[in-house]
Unconditional design. Structure first.
Length: 192
């Protein structure tokens, strides 16, 4: 039994985490490793929600190791880009917590003879500033502007999960073709 349940708020309206049925427009390729496009997309959505690779993999019935192997095999492809987008969201959560600590400090209790006599706030901006300064180093951007990955922003997890689920496994030839595919899918979603 799976102890991690999918986060319903990250499932696009009218969609479910279940594998697509026979009437689904998703082209379901049989993979020897079990990572179907729908499972990859569900993993990316869960990764963005839980910020935990192990939990996201378990939520879709896969192992953490197989997720990392898939990412290594698809380096630079839509799945990898979606993983990076989920990482950006994870980092944003950390950055928000760090900013909260920098702005509001941490409450420190003071005790005397076992009784709470008061509290004070302690501020430590060094860690906060260090983490924020490093943020831009965690997202790889393609070296040229017409690379297909430029059709997506670094934090567009939902859009990339949809691309992984409904598009081909590899990028199209250039950013313009990816943008066309993206807007075709958006148009089809709006027509439903």
């Amino acid at each position: 039994m799976n102890k991690h349940q999918p986060i319903a708020s990250l499932v696009p309206a009218g969609k479910a985490f279940a594998e697509p049925g026979p009437s689904s427009p998703v082209i379901e390729t049989q993979r020897h490793d079990g990572w179907t496009p729908a499972r990859q997309a569900a993993f990316l959505r869960e990764l963005a929600a839980t910020h935990n690779v192990t939990a996201a993999a378990q939520a879709v019935g896969m192992s953490r190791q197989s997720a990392y192997k898939l990412r290594a095999r698809l380096r630079g492809q839509p799945f990898d880009k979606g993983w990076e987008a989920a990482f950006v969201q994870r980092f944003d959560v950390l950055a928000e917590a760090a900013l909260d600590r920098a702005l509001n400090g941490v409450e420190v209790p003071h005790y005397h003879k076992g009784e709470l006599i008061g509290t004070s706030r302690r501020f430590d901006e060094r860690l906060t500033l260090g983490l924020l300064a490093m943020r831009s180093h965690f997202v790889r951007r393609p070296e040229w502007a017409d690379h297909p990955a430029y059709a997506y922003e670094p934090d567009e997890v939902r859009e990339l999960a949809d691309r992984v689920e409904h598009g081909p496994e590899n990028w199209l030839e250039d950013a313009d073709a990816e943008l066309e595919l993206r807007y075709e899918e958006d148009g089809e979603a709006g027509a439903e």
